[in-house]
Design a protein around this ligand. Structure first.
Ligand SMILES: NC(=O)c1ccc[n+]([C@@H]2O[C@H](COP(=O)([O-])OP(=O)(O)OC[C@H]3O[C@@H](n4cnc5c(N)ncnc54)[C@H](O)[C@@H]3O)[C@@H](O)[C@H]2O)c1
Length: 353
């Protein structure tokens, strides 16, 4: 019997609705599988916790989380209670940084039953591997003077280690998919870091002769996401480029409510964290209509991470079937509640045995 211990942080807003839904799905999977068990330990950290304790999580929060196999997170943020920069840096970004979750992966695909805003979505199925620890999001730089002489300098930091590991991750991932990796660059405009990025890409690809490659400037690539996203399989991108591309990926799928993400620790010292792309959606919290698919797809990515890829694929197919059969929440044009969608997914999972 394989057992996985999960630290569960529902967080704020609809995180408290979609996380229980995804846990029900994971419980059902364990029941159907027979050889798999999950132990969930829930932590009430987030903005309500902040109001009571003056911090987003306890001082030893990271030590508590360290021993788990993975962290399963809902959403963080309640701007009415805590300013966003405090809630984000006090929990989510703290975990990502301290736990060396150096890779962020976000898939985007044509989802059956969902209206893509693209005129010709053409069955696209791509995944963005985003460098998650350095690049353009560095704290190096500064500001001097005020008024008309004011200067702001922001340095991008690209290390060989960080760049190479993101690229190798992308190549390894592509071997399980359609064996194609595209590099997002901008070496025609960015003078130092992007030619370096291209050089490292050219070196790394030598080690993967079975994988086809391409390289596009980020501006052209953003346009291709709209005009022909089916041309991409795995994309490797720097922190900023990956950030922008993944939002675009969510948008061309048709709803932010279904988009999943994973923050991966590669050195095995700390757990990885799985969370949907969406936030706490205060505008719909409490109505019972939050789309649980982003959180459930996130659970699928966690299953992949645990080596249960077949199980993950079965789950995603069932979620797509349920959507295609019209059992969907209002954000994607349906009338179903969070509970109804979840129950239907669980019912179909149970039919597998
Ligand atoms: N990773 C995270 O925890 C994360 C990500 C983004 C935003 N936030 C935080 O969430 C709070 C709200 O931010 P926001 O409104 O800009 O973004 P949001 O993602 O919470 O909501 C944007 C819009 O999408 C809708 N939406 C989002 N998820 C949905 C779902 N599962 N089902 C149906 N509709 C859904 C919302 O109703 C809203 O109209 C802020 O405090 C923000 O900082 C957190």
């Amino acid at each position: 019997m394989k057992q996985f211990e999960l630290a569960v942080i529902p967080g704020d807003g609809i995180g408290k609705e979609v996380v229980p839904a995804a846990l029900d799905v994971l419980r059902t999977i364990a029941e159907v599988h027979g050889g798999l068990k999950f132990k969930f330990v829930e932590f009430p950290w987030g903005c309500d916790y902040y109001v009571e304790h003056g911090k987003m999580m306890p001082d030893d929060g990271l030590q508590i989380l360290q021993g788990f196999d993975a962290i399963f997170l809902g959403a963080i943020g309640n701007p009415h209670l805590v300013p966003d920069h405090i809630s984000l840096w006090g929990l989510l970004l703290k975990i990502r940084r301290e736990f060396e979750q150096v890779i962020n992966i976000r898939p985007a695909k044509y989802f059956r039953g969902l209206q893509s805003p693209l005129a010709n979505p053409n069955d696209f199925d791509l995944i963005v591997v985003r460098e998650n620890s350095e690049g353009e999001y560095s704290e190096v730089g500064g500001r001097i003077y005020r008024g008309s002489d004011e200067i702001a300098i922001q340095n991008a930091v690209f290390t060989r280690k960080g760049t190479e590991r993101a690229m190798r991750y992308a190549f390894e991932l592509s071997k399980k998919r359609r064996k194609h990796v595209t590099s997002a660059t901008k070496s025609n405009g960015i003078f130092h870091t992007m030619p370096f990025w291209d050089e490292v890409f050219a070196e790394v690809k030598q080690d993967y002769p079975e994988v086809e490659t391409a390289s596009y400037h980020i501006d052209a690539m953003a346009a291709f996401f709209v005009t022909r996203p089916h041309m991409f399989d795995v994309i490797v991108a720097s922190n900023l480029f990956g950030d922008i591309l993944t939002d675009l990926g969510g948008a061309i799928m048709g709803s932010i409510g279904i988009a999943p993400a994973a923050n991966i620790n590669l050195n095995g010292k700390y757990p990885s964290m799985f969370e949907p792309v969406h936030g706490s959606a205060p505008d719909i919290y409490g109505k019972g209509i939050a789309n649980p698919i982003g959180q459930i797809w996130t659970a699928k990515m966690m299953l992949d991470h645990f080596g249960e890829e077949e199980l993950g694929s079965v789950l995603l197919k069932i979620v797509e079937d349920v959507t295609a059969d019209g059992i969907k929440t209002p954000d994607i044009g349906g009338k179903a509640t969070t509970r109804e969608v979840t129950d239907e997914i669980c019912r179909r999972l149970k039919k597998l045995v």
